[in-house]
Design a protein around this ligand. Structure first.
Ligand code: NDP
Length: 480
């Protein structure tokens, strides 16, 4: 069994505490892919020391050179596509096709940031009014990157590459469920020739070392993706040092289907965004709102698609949906299913009870509930699993009001042929992402990626704000 170390100041080293933790393949209960460091607050301090020491050199490194390092990293990532996709499937459970798509998405977003950085500093320069005043972009310093397990490599890249391109040094903490892809990416940064200390990786429990990273006043920016509960804790903690935060949090995303919609693509949108990554993505569809007159045919088609889906080991090319990421997810999703039944929702696809004996992996079949009302937990709470809650409505206004009856506001979608209805929805829906005839999970790197209400705070990722989050603006006044 291989044991992986932390990467601090350009060296691989064990944690000061000498404890380790394992990495289970969720398709195979009780397995262990490798051991990783259960790091301590002292390890985090060492990593921040290294990032602080490297910062003056990295910030002075010309942008063109920083860009060359990131291009080298992306080239290594391209070459490792299959190996890394396999690792993501092994430790997260998602299908190999989904893992390849995750690597591809990281490459597209990374390429976009590299392209963007060429013109980014044009916004920083002599003012139009006087050559004695200008605004200068400067890196904020050390950035803490805390990433989740659901897109263990793509989310990390989406945060880390803009931080490094803009001259910040990084301390990265991968999720405990998925440390192997984090360590693999760290090796790619090492191979890409990044100077010692520019990028550091520390593994271990978020409640301990994530907390220590946020608490360190030398860390000037925290970019986090994960649960709303932890996001709130981070924001409160960061406020003590006025550390800026970029928080990408939970969702309860609604797909609205109007009676004029093309039902085939609308059903596919529910399947794609509801069940890809076993429903474990922040922009997944979890509420399906159907105009009453098309509810029956839509649900018949949806149930048929659910029954066709092959659930199993993600490494098999024929698998449509892998296991959920681990035992905690499995328990919580099963509990949410039981609660929905107890509250009176009707299961029309899925397994009412966990199979006995328990399957070899954390498998949950695509699940659909009808007769859901807005006061039920299944309508309100993020389940983060392959579970759809269906409600019916009469009018566009009712659909939008239902869509907005949530503390979350990340993504949303409507299927309709009417431009007028689409515009009413675009103007009325409370969400960071609004899709028309496209599923809730779709995104492009040039567009901002972030939520409103309790789905996020701080500047969104991607687009120009993905870089802007990691810079300060300095107003310069010059007298000769
Ligand atoms: P968390 O929010 O707990 O974890 C996300 C990341 O934050 C992980 O790296 C975690 O480390 C770290 N972390 C945990 N506690 C702290 C802390 N106090 N300070 C700093 N960092 C911390 O998500 P979970 O993995 O527990 O998943 C729980 C639920 O969160 C899911 O069911 C889902 O609803 C939601 N979620 C949403 C995601 C999204 O994409 N928006 C992604 C992941 C989860 P560690 O892994 O070591 O605990």
């Amino acid at each position: 069994m291989e044991t992986f170390h932390n990467f601090v100041g350009g060296r691989w080293a064990p944690s000061r505490g000498c404890a380790t933790f394992g990495d289970e393949n969720p398709a195979e209960r009780g397995s262990n892919l490798a051991d990783f460091q259960s790091s301590t607050a002292e390890d985090v301090r060492d990593a921040v020391d290294a990032a602080v020491d490297a910062f003056p050199m990295w910030r002075r490194t010309p942008v063109s050179e920083r860009k060359r390092h990131i291009e080298a990293f992306l080239s290594l990532l391209r070459d490792s596509r299959e190996e890394l996709a396999r690792i993501v499937t092994l430790e997260n459970g998602k299908t190999i096709r989904e893992s390849r798509a995750e690597v591809d998405s990281a490459l597209v977003e990374g390429g976009h940031h590299v392209h963007q950085i060429e013109t980014f500093y044009e916004g920083s320069g002599p003012s139009a009014f006087s050559n004695r005043t200008w605004m200068q972009f400067e890196p904020v310093g050390v950035a803490g990157i805390i990433s989740p397990w659901n897109f263990p490599m793509n989310v990390m890249c989406r945060k880390t590459l803009p931080a490094l391109l803009t001259g910040n040094t990084v301390v990265f903490k991968p999720a405990t469920f998925t440390p192997l892809s984090g360590v693999f990416m760290t090796k790619l940064f090492e191979k890409a020739g990044l100077p010692a200390g520019a990028f550091n990786c520390v593994t271990g429990a978020g409640s301990l070392i994530g907390h220590a990273l946020v608490a360190d006043p030398r860390v000037r920016a925290i970019s986090f993706t994960g649960s709303t509960a932890v996001g709130k804790q981070i924001q409160q903690q960061a406020a003590a040092n006025l550390t800026r935060t970029q928080l990408e949090l939970g969702g309860k995303n609604a797909l609205i289907v109007m009676d004029d919609a093309d039902l085939g693509p609308a059903v596919e949108a529910a399947v794609t965004a509801g069940f890809s990554n076993a429903g474990q993505w922040c922009t997944s569809t979890s509420r399906v709102l159907l105009q009453r007159s098309i509810a029956l045919p839509f649900l018949q088609m949806l149930v048929e698609r659910c029954e066709q889906m092959m659930v199993g080991d993600g490494l098999l090319e024929t698998t449509d949906m892998g296991p959920v990421a681990g035992p905690t997810q499995y328990r919580e999703i099963r509990a949410a299913i039981r609660q929905a039944e107890a509250q009176g929702a009707r299961m029309i696809a899925g397994e009412p009870r966990a199979p006995s004996p328990e399957p070899t992996g954390y498998f949950i079949r695509p699940t659909v509930f009808t007769q859901v009302t807005p006061d039920m937990a299944i309508f309100q709470e993020e389940i983060f699993g392959p579970v759809l809650a269906v409600c019916e409505f009469e009018s566009t206004d009712e659909a939008i009001a239902l869509g907005n009856r949530s503390m979350y506001g990340l993504s949303s979608a409507i299927f309709t042929r009417s431009r007028r209805t689409a515009q009413t929805y675009i103007d009325g829906i409370e969400a960071g992402l609004a899709h028309v005839n496209i599923h809730t999970g779709y995104k492009e790197p040039a567009m901002p990626f972030g939520g409103v209400k309790q789905s996020g705070a701080g500047l969104p990722e991607n687009s120009e704000t993905g870089l802007e989050f990691f810079v300060d603006r300095k107003a310069v006044y010059l007298r000769d």
